[in-house]
Design a protein around this ligand. Sequence first.
Ligand SMILES: [Zn+2]
Length: 135
Amino acid sequence: MPELADGETARVQGSAAKPYELKNVGGVYSCSCPAWRNQSAGIERRTCKHLRAYRGAEAVGLRAEPAAAPARRFVEPKSGRYWEVAVRGDDVVLRSGRKDGPAQEKTKTFADAAAAQKHAERLLAEKTAEGWREE
Ligand SMILES: [Zn+2]
């Protein structure tokens, strides 16, 4: 969780002309803004919008998803129908339809990315066995 090392500081621009200083001292985060200083709670329990924004943004960055794999597209030569499969994290997204027609999209969610990948691979093998060709 901590985004500042012990003893490290960071500056954020608040509403005042001078940036506020965020600090981590022994695991206690502080901010130089009045909202933080004027809180009655003990210093280890205080927070402010600057700390929330700073630490929240860092946490989101750590959870960033890897780039989604491109969809794989198959066509059935006889009918001209197409079928696409893509794994997006824990989801398997399927799109299918007739050439030049509207696509139908279905999403199935799995317990984790590995399970989603396994399901997609099984579907790919099925389509290939049925004579669909990958484009
Ligand atoms: Zn603050």
